[in-house]
Design a protein around this ligand. Structure first.
Ligand SMILES: Nc1ncnc2c1ncn2[C@@H]1O[C@H](COP(=O)(O)OP(=O)(O)OP(=O)(O)O)[C@@H](O)[C@H]1O
Length: 241
């Protein structure tokens, strides 16, 4: 029995004939782990997520996904329908026939994301953090085993980002999803990820397992020795990239 939920094998991809983006990239992604994907701007992080999501097709190699449901994708822009309420935005994949969550399940995602009482509001009546919560709740209706997030919290201020980091940890703890998120923040990666993955020159340059003491409150974790060590190791790997 394999414990892998996704295996990328010798993956190559380019948008045109001149600029290769990924070149022979291989990655065994462990089920239930949180990965942060880092690397220089333009190195292909979003492209790699799009390949895993099946939004792009590899030129060479394979993406083997051993899960019952396709991955769910959360973008930096929450991309909510402005004319639909919070409830109907969350229900959208179900309304489109792309997901099959019951009303009770949709209500449970609303609660999990702390959106109780906001169901009838429209996106224009929400803060940035609330919009992102709606976007994540909408992704959860797909009951995906793999959640892909492309710089989900980049546009948020730091206290809100910290709050949503903790929310993502509690969702993962509860739903046991495999999470891959792209970030430019070394500190976000150092706090959230089980492993930081550095992409460079079309390949994975390093996969750094990170240590955490999740029994500590988040503020203590963020000032812990382990956190500083995680950040230092990621900085070093990025410097080498
Ligand atoms: N649809 C597209 N058509 C052509 N080229 C593209 C397309 N999307 C991205 N690219 C190019 O592919 C390269 C990788 O882009 P990608 O968005 O994957 O990088 P990234 O590492 O996520 O960047 P950033 O950190 O700046 O978001 C870039 O050079 C980009 O200009």
């Amino acid at each position: 029995m394999t414990n892998q939920s996704i295996t990328l094998k010798d993956l190559s991809f380019a948008y045109d004939d001149i600029h290769p983006i990924l070149t022979g990239l291989s990655w065994d992604i462990q089920k239930g782990h949180i990965y942060s994907l880092l690397g220089k701007s333009g190195c292909g992080k979003s492209t790699l997520l799009r390949l895993i999501a099946g939004l792009e097709t590899p030129d060479k190699g394979s993406v083997d996904i051993q899960t019952n449901t396709p991955p769910a994708f959360v973008f930096q822009e929450p991309a909510l329908l402005p004319w639909a309420s919070v409830y109907h935005n969350i229900k959208l994949p179900v309304s489109l026939g792309a997901a099959s969550a019951s009303t009770a399940e949709i209500e449970s995602y609303i609660s999990l994301l702390g959106l109780d009482g906001l169901e009838d509001r429209y996106p224009a009546q929400l803060s940035g953090g609330q919009k992102m919560r709606v976007s994540i709740a909408r992704a959860l209706t797909q009951k995906a085993e793999i959640l892909l997030l492309d710089e989900p919290f980049a546009a948020l201020d730091e206290p809100l980002r910290f709050e949503l980091n903790d929310l993502l940890l509690s969702l993962q703890d509860r739903l046991k999803m495999t999470v891959i998120f792209v970030t430019h923040s070394v500190y976000e990666a150092a706090y959230l990820a089980d492993a930081a993955v550095v992409l460079n020159m079309g390949k994975l340059q390093s996969i750094l397992p990170l240590d955490h003491n999740r029994s500590l409150p988040s503020s203590k974790q963020r000032s812990s020795h382990q956190f500083a060590d995680n950040a230092a190791r990621i900085f070093r790997a990025l410097e080498e990239a």
